[in-house]
Ligand binder design. Structure first.
Ligand SMILES: [Zn+2]
Ligand SMILES: [Zn+2]
Length: 300
């Protein structure tokens, strides 16, 4: 089902707002356009799009349509008219949230302002849903206490278990991470975090163990303990290691000169250094052994 009607209506609303234009001449002969807008922040948007004086006075529906298309990532209105369903779904989702220039600016900064295409629309839509969902979740700790509950038992554990080796909502945090909350300046084990829920929506948020006196959230945490990577991220780094050290290969038996242990290269550990955020390959016996690829000898 096409939602083109939605965009046509929005272009009309944009035009309606644009038509509220009044001009005041400042003492230094500068003409100032002002708007009494109801739907869109015309003044802010035109400032963001750097419209000049003449352009700003050229008020037409076709131009309002162009702005609507441009705001959500199409080059022109005609591209919007001929877009696929998923492109239009994404565009509608964004436009419903893009009432002022700040919202557009943030989206363009986060994504690099890509033109919507059938190829990137689904991925961009997932990302858009994720960031707007997150906008709602970061409000939860600040809600009045009667609107939230602190989870315990299984529901709590289930949320913390999402921070696993493969699907951590924050790529560095793990259930067993040792973390620092910059709001209350306390360090603790991640699994001491509290999990709170907004009662009306069932949205949850993992918060500082000192909640409610501290409103820190997991996205604010700094991971203190080095993180050992697993899954595809680990595989990627191991392959990168082979590029850097051609004497290695995935099923090669190696000997670590540090601890003397012999094992396959594919058994080594990949560790994110908390100081520089870089991934490094370590001996299988990390953290007990500090061996690295320079210490790995051919064991055969
Ligand atoms: Zn805290
Ligand atoms: Zn070793």
């Amino acid at each position: 089902m096409s939602n083109l009607e939605f965009f046509k209506n929005q272009a009309k609303k944009f035009l309606k707002d644009w038509r509220t234009q009044t001009q005041t001449v400042e003492s230094d002969d500068i003409v100032l356009n002002q708007y009494d807008s109801k739907f869109y922040d015309i003044q802010g948007l035109f400032l963001y799009y750097e419209l000049d004086e003449k352009d700003e006075q050229d008020i037409k529906l076709s131009r309002a349509q162009h702005f609507i298309a441009q705001m959500v990532g199409f080059k022109k209105w005609d591209d919007l008219i001929h877009a696929t369903d998923i492109e239009l779904e994404l565009a509608e989702f964004l436009l419903r949230r893009f009432k002022d220039a700040e919202q557009i600016m943030r989206w363009e900064e986060l994504t690099g302002a890509p033109t919507i295409t059938p190829d990137n629309a689904a991925e961009l839509f997932e990302y858009a849903k994720y960031i707007y969902e997150m906008d709602e979740r970061v409000k939860i700790p600040f809600l009045p206490s009667e609107q939230i509950s602190v989870l315990s038992g299984k529901p709590r554990t289930a949320q913390l278990n999402e921070f696993d080796d493969v699907h951590s909502p924050n790529s560095q945090l793990r259930k067993d991470s040792y973390v620092f909350c910059p709001h209350c300046q306390k360090a603790f084990n991640f699994n001491q975090s509290k999990v709170i829920k907004e009662n009306s929506t069932n949205r949850t948020m993992v918060v500082c163990k000192n909640f409610p006196s501290c409103k820190g959230m997991y996205i604010d945490y700094k991971v203190l303990s080095p993180t050992i990577l697993y899954g595809p991220a680990r595989q990627y780094e191991l392959e990168r290691g082979i590029n850097d050290f051609p004497h290695l290969s995935m099923n090669k038996k190696i000997e670590c000169l540090h601890c003397g242990d012999k094992y396959l290269y594919s058994e080594t550990k990949v560790v994110i250094d908390p100081d520089d955020g870089e991934a490094w390959i370590h001996c299988k016996n990390y953290p007990n052994c500090s061996g690295n690829p320079l210490d790995f000898m051919d064991a055969e």
